[in-house]
Structure formats: C-alpha cells, structure tokens
Write a protein that binds this ligand. Sequence first.
Ligand code: ACO
Length: 321
Amino acid sequence: MSAVICGTGSYAPAYQMNNDEIAKLVETNDAWIRERTGIRQRHIAKTETTTYMAAQAAGRALENAGISPEEIELIIVATLSSDVILPCTACEVQREIGAKRAACFDMNAACSGFTLAYNMADAFFEAGQYQTALIVAAEKLSGLTDWTDRNTCILFGDGAGAAVLKKGKGRHYFSVTHSDGEKGWALTCKNRLAVTGKEPLSREYFIDMNGQEIFKFAVRKVPELIREILRENNVEQEEITWFVVHQANCRILESVAKHLGEPSWKFPMNLQHYGNTSSASIPILLDEMNRQGKLKKGDRILIAGFGAGLTWSGNILDWEM
Ligand code: ACO
C-alpha cells in the first residue's frame, strides 16, 4: 500500500543562463564547468517566485493526474528557499491552486527534501490519515547564491517539481533516511551578518560549501543508501528499472552507477540543462521522464536524495501510470 504517483508536473523559469554568462561573473569557463559537473546551463528566476514555481508545478501535476484541487488532503512543500518565512509555501500553494481541504506544511531537508516529502506522505497514508496528497519541491537558489564564489555559483539553478500521490493497493516499501549533523558545516546557508558581523552585502543569506567534502560524502553514502533500501525491502538490484538520484553532479552519478555495477543509462540525468535545483531535481526529472513516455507501468523506481544537514534518504516506488 505504498504511495503511488498518479500525476507529475514541473516548472523551470524562462531565463536560461549558460556557462559563458557565469564566466563573465567569476574566473571560470564553460569547459571546466562541463567537465567537472556536467552542467551546461541552468534556469534562473528573473521574476518568478518560489511560490509561483511551486504552484505552476502543482497545477501541472494535478492536470496530469486528472484530479481536482478539492480532492487533495495534504500538501507538503520541500524547500530551503521559500520567499518568506511565514506563511509557509505549502499554504501559499493551497491558496493559488484552490486546494481548500488540504492540510499544509513545509519541510527543509535540503536536497533530500523530495524523497523525505514522499516518505512522509507515505507514512501518513500508512497511518490511515490521508489518501491523496500533493508533494512539491521548489527552489529559488539563485537568491541564496553568492555570485562572486566560483565554488558554488556554477552549480545551482531554480525550478520546481510536483507529484500527486494516492494511497495505492500494491506492495508497501520501507523508506530509509539518515542524517549526520556533525558534518553540517560542509554545506551551509547562513546570514552574512551572522558570519562576518558586517552589514549584509547584496544577499542576506548565502550558500557556502566544501565541494570536495560533499563529493566524497555523496559517492560513499549514495551506494550504501541504495543497497540498504534494496536490503530492507528484499528487492534485488536487477529488479530496479531506474535509479532516480538527486542531480548534483554527473561525476557523482557516474561514480554511484559504477560502484553498483550498473550502466549509466539506468541513472537518468538532466542536470546539464538545469544545474543542481536541490530538492526539486528529482521531481523535475521524474516529470520529464513521465512526459517523454520513458516510464512504463510496472517500472520499479528507486529514488535517492542527499544533501545538506547532512541528510540522505530514499525509497522504492512502482510506476502505475
Ligand atoms: N572554475 C575554474 N576552476 C575552479 C572552479 C571553477 N568554477 N572552482 C574551483 N576551481 C579550481 C580550484 O581552485 C582548484 O584549483 P587548484 O588546483 O589550482 O587549487 C581546481 O579547480 C580544482 O578544485 P576542486 O575543488 O578540487 O574541484 P573539484 O573537481 O572537486 O570540483 C566541485 C569542484 C564541482 C564543486 C565538486 O567538488 C563537486 O561537485 N562537489 C559536490 C558539490 C555538490 O554536489 N554539492 C551539492 C550537493 S548537496 C546539494 O545539492 C545542496
């Protein structure tokens, strides 16, 4: 009785920023960014807000699912970049789409956000509390990016993805989530005032990252996470059709595939067009695959997120659309 995806949607801002444009801001170049990350461009919100992107993705997911907003009982928005602290983005999405009956809240688990939102909705279903949920992951990371820091500004992009979930009749899968607060320092988003004691510069908050530490964490923990999810659910690795993993860096995805002895095509990638959109990367990719007809009824998909906290989390879902 796992949560079943019955509709997906996504939204990416109209403005696309390529690597050459970044090279005008910091000492870098297109070849370096492509080789080290796989990223060619990212969508950057000029006018779009996090709420706008979230509501667009949500509306498209509802349309894809063919259900009305009134049927939604629960909205969870995963984000680390809400427009305002209050009200939460989920309540804003509720208002925008007219999901009057829904209980709404946000959660922040950084790049693991979508997988944790899925796991949480699934747990509500298991507890018998809800039967229909909308989970959205939306990020406007450009507003938290230090555009003078070449270690980070080359990586991130803006966008949103959403999925409509229903309580299914099929097999229930157990989720896996881990956290390591000791390593929180490796990827932070802090108030500049708190860090320097000086007046905030152009941005109040900015992302700071030890790239190599995060890289090592990801290539070690993601294969462990995938193996644990398989073990907990008595599923053989060859039974997984797609490994839909957080889109941070092509070298991380290739390394994980290699560790597991899987061909890289089983780890689909769209980060070349979007950059790292944090929590939104997995649902944007799922929506693309869905709309391109790549996902077939009966496909078994393993989703795995990892990111700041540190956090890493995943689950298995059977595709029933
Ligand atoms: N352009 C050109 N040169 C650069 C750039 C740049 N943008 N950034 C760093 N360099 C230089 C460095 O100064 C260094 O030069 P040196 O050898 O003269 O000292 C050299 O390139 C190598 O630097 P590294 O930091 O070793 O580069 P690396 O291969 O590790 O790549 C990167 C850096 C892309 C950030 C990589 O570490 C990475 O992808 N890490 C994971 C980041 C990530 O995925 N974060 C998010 C995950 S969680 C979430 O999504 C929130």
